[in-house]
Ligand binder design. Sequence first.
Ligand SMILES: NC(=O)c1ccc[n+]([C@@H]2O[C@H](COP(=O)([O-])OP(=O)(O)OC[C@H]3O[C@@H](n4cnc5c(N)ncnc54)[C@H](OP(=O)(O)O)[C@@H]3O)[C@@H](O)[C@H]2O)c1
Length: 288
Amino acid sequence: MANRPRVVLITGCSSGFGMLAALRLASAGCCVYATMRDPLKRVALDEEARRRGCSSNVRVCALDVADPSSVRIVVDEIVAREGRIDVLINNAGFGIGGFFEDLSDEDWRWQFDTNFFGVLNVTRAVAARMRPLRSGRIINISSMSAYSGLPALSAYVSSKWALEGFSECLHLELKQFNIDVILVEPASYRTRIFDDNARYARGFLNPDSPYYDLSVRLKELNDIHVRMNNRDPEEVAKKIEALVFCRNPRFRNIIGVVAKLRAWTVRHVPFELYAWTVQKALNGMTRK
Ligand SMILES: NC(=O)c1ccc[n+]([C@@H]2O[C@H](COP(=O)([O-])OP(=O)(O)OC[C@H]3O[C@@H](n4cnc5c(N)ncnc54)[C@H](OP(=O)(O)O)[C@@H]3O)[C@@H](O)[C@H]2O)c1
């Protein structure tokens, strides 16, 4: 792998971490297949690739992770053209906000179809191509939300917990074929996940819901968070780039001080104390 450009497939490259990782890896000389559901959204990626002088290393393909046939078409196309896929970055994802009783079954399935089954779809297709070559790296973008529960985020948190369990098992299964499976666990960064791409439960902001007041308050807090969050997503893209090239990557890669603090808290603070703190915060919100 040392003398030829790495062939990298990334999902969800229309914005955020996916787009930035594609740009960094293309600038570093990789042959990047930057996939997105809707290639009409490629404008920002194209412009930035031109600015960075790496356009010739970026190829955009239509891929919806929730649609196994679109996954197969893209994977077959890459292997036909390049002969292999060295690195898969399972990045596509989104989060649905809403208390459990406001979330419909469709909301849950939609969340898991992308964040969990979407990863399975792409990994299944790519691992089958890596295994015979006994070489490859699969990088799954999880979240610090995979460490501890949060109210009004059960669908997202559960999807990332499931991704973590899957990734641990897959790491153990694929090591024998010289395929690394790695987790990236970022803190909160300024991407479109919190604004344009934020999704809410069917019953969110339904005045008849027993959670209505809390949902309104949490939505206000999210809007403040969007305005205040100035953490640069380039930090995550930089770490992803390092993980593509490093010889012996760690399995879990926590990014950002808040994520490190949260991981430490989960390990050292009893869950009951954490739950008490969250309860206090919720009580404070309803009194306002
Ligand atoms: N930003 C954070 O603070 C943060 C923290 C921890 C983890 N993460 C994780 O990081 C990953 C990237 O998110 P981001 O923050 O970069 O958010 P983002 O800017 O909203 O990007 C998400 C990307 O995923 C794509 N996507 C959604 N559903 C898809 C599907 N079915 N098939 C293919 N692509 C799909 C979106 O495409 P469309 O434009 O078509 O919707 C978009 O390109 C996600 O897995 C997220 O859970 C983010």
